[in-house]
Design a binder for this molecule. Structure first.
Ligand SMILES: C[S@@+](CC[C@H](N)C(=O)[O-])C[C@H]1O[C@@H](n2cnc3c(N)ncnc32)[C@H](O)[C@@H]1O
Ligand code: SF4
Length: 373
């Protein structure tokens, strides 16, 4: 579920986010979400909902009533796993933290907070609307209301060295309950950070320093009992996000809302679907014809195999060579696998899965490229 609105645009962000100066008519949007849900329910009959994720944009700007309407529409359209994971991504301002209890009443059972940094100067440079103390308070409130919580930090930021990151990550590990996401800052085209870097005004860490910070993050989280289960996601065993795992295990998911992406099977063809990005266009089209699809691509077997590698090799559990074969009808190139094994970038696990090693993770893109078509 993509909620596309934000209070302000962060200078590093290239997600589908929109700032509106007039209040958003949430009732109208809720109706459009419900309408789009019934459209996709007709295409995915017989499936059981395992997880729901409200991402953004800033879903914590949604009124609890809007969340509830959407959850009721989901429950009315599909059967739900009794253990369904229902996460909501929240920005840690005090205004938003006040809504947490109502979100729980609406059905949310997991909250993920966009803390981004535990340093006020860094938060200011990232253009965030919250302070460190506000973020800590929001994490505490979330932890007292929800059994399962997570928060995100961005590292490899300008002006950040190993010592600074070590101290900050230690503090974060002291705060985290079961799950923590650590993202290396990426500079995306079309963002203000992209222009700043091009103008030489962003002191980004070089590749060696970024790799050191990455390794340090892996070691410190593992030592704290929250190892990486995916390249940027860390959890105590059993606390992994089921929703994240479903993406990386190449499951089926419906993307609802402006700019959302989905992967659904129709017969034995996997469709890659993406929605109109502009919220008002999306809502109008959904109300007119039930959906607002910008592209619907029938993936070839080769593309499915490549996507499975791209997603699955991010996971510590790796990929199943058998499933790869079932998806795309070819086997992994044994010579290529052996070469990668010999340089220590991949290993074969006792269950037959192939996984990227700690040494291979920093060069994951190259490993995927070697194994893909
Ligand atoms: C959908 S985004 C934002 C969710 C929420 N609106 C917020 O800002 O906290 C999810 C996460 O992606 C990460 N992220 C976004 N842009 C990034 C970038 N350019 N580099 C690294 N991480 C990024 C942030 O940690 C963020 O919390
Ligand atoms: S980082 Fe989050 S709050 Fe900032 S613009 Fe992107 S989605 Fe919105």
């Amino acid at each position: 579920m993509h909620w596309p609105f934000c209070t302000a645009r962060c200078p590093y962000c290239d997600f589908n986010s929109h700032v509106r100066h007039d209040p958003v008519n949430q009732k109208e949007f809720a109706r459009a979400y419900a309408r789009e849900l019934s459209h996709f329910a007709r295409l995915t009959r017989g499936r059981t909902v395992q997880s729901i994720f409200f991402g953004g944009g800033t879903p914590s700007l949604m009124e609890a009533e809007t969340v509830q309407t959407i959850l009721e529409a989901i429950a009315g359209n599909w059967s739900m796993d009794p253990e369904v994971e229902i996460s909501l991504e929240a920005n840690p301002t005090s205004v938003e933290a006040r809504r947490f209890r109502d979100y729980k009443s609406a059905g949310i059972n997991r909250v993920s907070l966009g803390v981004q940094s535990l340093r006020d100067d860094a938060l200011a440079r990232l253009g965030r609307m919250h302070s460190v103390s506000e973020a800590k308070l929001a994490v505490g409130i979330a932890q007292s209301i929800f059994e399962r919580t997570s928060f995100d930090l961005i590292y490899a930021r300008p002006h950040q060295g190993p010592k600074e990151w070590e101290e900050e990550l230690n503090e974060a590990l002291g705060m985290a309950m079961g799950h923590l996401s650590l993202y290396q800052l990426t500079i995306e085209q079309g963002t203000s950070y992209f222009d700043l870097r091009a103008a030489g005004k962003l002191a980004m860490p070089d590749a060696d320093l970024s790799a050191d910070l990455y390794l340090m993050s892996q070691q410190m989280t593992a030592a704290a009992g929250m190892p990486a289960y995916e390249i940027s996601n860390h959890a105590r065993p059993g606390e992994e996000s089921r929703h994240n795992l479903l993406y990386w295990r190449y499951g089926e998911y419906v993307g609802i809302g402006p700019g959302a992406h989905g992967r659904i099977l129709q017969g034995d063809v996997r469709h890659a679907i993406s929605n109109q990005k502009l919220p008002e266009t999306w809502a109008r089209q959904v109300m007119e014809k039930g959906s607002a699809i910008a592209s619907d691509e029938r993936l070839t077997w080769e593309e499915e195999g490549d996507e499975y590698l791209l997603m699955g090799l991010r996971l510590r559990e790796g990929i199943s060579p058998e499933r790869f074969h079932q998806l795309c009808g070819r086997r992994l190139d044994e010579r290529q696998v052996n070469e990668l094994k010999n340089i220590g970038f991949v290993q074969i696990l006792s269950n037959g899965n192939l996984r990227v090693t700690d040494k291979g993770w920093p060069v994951l893109d190259a490993v995927v490229a070697d194994l893909a078509m």
